[in-house]
Design a protein around this ligand. Structure first.
Ligand code: S3P
Length: 418
């Protein structure tokens, strides 16, 4: 594996750029947008809210924001938890009524965590603890929201709902989650006071249109960087990657495992930090990861588990309960997938324990429609003794439609089976 990896735009930033642009009166222009199924579902939702959202070049989008209207039919968020949760909060803040639905996986994911704070803000919500749910704005009250478990989606939903009131809106985060919403809202003129674990919405709660450049997605780059760490002879660079501290846990984890990692061109971009990350193959060793470290690499745990399978010695990853509530039960699926590939992996409560070494592979992995389970096992197959097959590979398009091409360009042997 060698070369510069074509890192797609960050998924979290892409959803936010479209949604925040749709809330800002006037024209917001976005470049480097991730054009994946999840983000396209958010674009379609915004159109249903009466917002003009259009592509005018590869990765280049224009959003003409303003007041939203209640849509004529249900909003299908597809596979996307980020889309669903952020849009629920934003719709409440806009004072409209909307019903949210999703695919089979999204329909199983917990929505009580968004419903509860919205209801505390005076929003009427119909339905249960999962989609479909109907949100009836407006927001009539403020909130002091304690963000436990640490969820950037829930925090963002509360902030977006809070734009629809003048009442006090405070978020308290004992463990920090990604703060892209805070950074992008501030860049678009919203007043936010940030003080340690506390974030408070200020007086100015309207957004100004902006030119937004989306940095590379560290959660997607992680697959190529992991491959470089475990495939002998590799050297891969992921350029212009988002290096927000709440998203850099995987790069730090590689370093802690002894991988040859270098950062270059580190710089600021609209309040975020970005830079190039280079990983070279070399010896890697098992390590321990504690619960407080997990939010900064929550989406990278499947690929971290794969790296651990090739590291010398034992890796323990603690505090993985949230992994059970992602697009699939990722804790169970990684344990099963690694075992099917001949790796001694086990879980003890919400801790994953992996004995690394050489990996046999040779398994047909059932991904349960989870894009990251598919991509992680394909990377495992690049370094295992026997090839690995994954099912439902089309789901990779939810976050990374160009994955196979980008990996092949580095020299990966990935073939489509009949
Ligand atoms: C995201 C937050 C995380 C992450 C997801 C994207 C976001 O989810 O897993 O892929 O964009 O805010 P949680 O908020 O559920 O932790």
């Amino acid at each position: 594996m060698a070369g510069r990896f074509a890192v797609p735009g960050d998924k979290s930033l892409s959803h936010r750029a479209l949604i925040f642009g749709a809330l800002a009166e006037g024209e917001t222009v976005v470049s480097g947008l991730l054009e994946s199924d999840d983000v396209l579902a958010t674009a379609a939702a915004l159109r249903a809210f009466g917002v003009r959202v259009e592509q005018f070049g590869p990765g280049r989008w224009r959003v003409i924001g303003g007041r939203w209207r209640s849509p004529d039919g249900p909003i299908d968020c597809g596979n996307s938890g980020t889309g669903a949760r952020l849009l629920m909060g934003a719709a409440a803040g806009q004072g409209i009524t909307a019903t949210f639905t999703g695919d089979a996986s999204l329909s199983r994911r917990p929505m009580g965590r968004v419903r509860r704070p919205l209801e505390a803000m005076g929003v009427r919500v119909e339905g249960g603890q999962t989609l479909p749910l109907t949100v009836h704005g407006p927001v009539t009250m403020g909130i002091h929201h304690r963000n436990v478990p640490a969820s950037a989606q829930v925090k963002s939903a509360v902030l977006l709902a809070g734009l629809g009131t003048d009442a006090e809106v405070v978020i308290e985060e004992p463990v920090p989650s990604r703060d892209h919403s805070e950074i992008m809202l501030a860049a678009m003129g919203v007043e936010l006071e940030r003080n340690g674990a506390f974030t408070r919405l200020g007086r100015r709660r309207t957004l100004t249109p902006a030119l937004l450049q989306i940095a590379g997605d560290p959660s997607s780059a992680a697959f190529a960087l992991a491959a470089a760490a475990i495939v002998p002879g590799s050297e891969v660079t992921a350029p212009d990657m988002l290096l927000n501290p709440q998203r850099s846990g995987f790069v730090m984890a590689l370093q802690r495992m002894g991988a040859d990692v270098a950062l270059a061109n580190v710089r600021g971009q609209a309040g975020e930090t970005i830079g190039d990350v280079r990983v070279r193959h070399g010896p890697i060793f098992g390590a321990e990861f504690t619960p407080e470290e997990i939010p900064s690499m929550i989406d990278e745990i499947p690929i971290l588990a794969v790296v651990a399978a090739f590291a010398r010695g034992e890796t323990r990853i603690e505090g993985l309960d949230e992994l059970r509530h992602k697009e699939s039960d990722r804790l169970a699926l990684m344990e099963q997938g690694l075992r099917a590939c001949g790796v001694a992996a086990g879980s003890d409560g919400d801790t994953l324990v992996i004995q690394g070494g050489s990996v046999v592979g040779g398994a047909d992995i059932r991904t349960h429609g989870d894009h990251r389970i598919a991509m992680a096992h394909l990377v495992l197959g690049l370094a295992s003794q026997q090839r690995v097959t994954v099912d439902e590979a089309e789901m990779i398009a939810t976050s990374f439609p160009t994955y196979v091409g980008a990996m092949r360009a580095l020299g990966a042997d990935i073939a489509q089976t009949a």
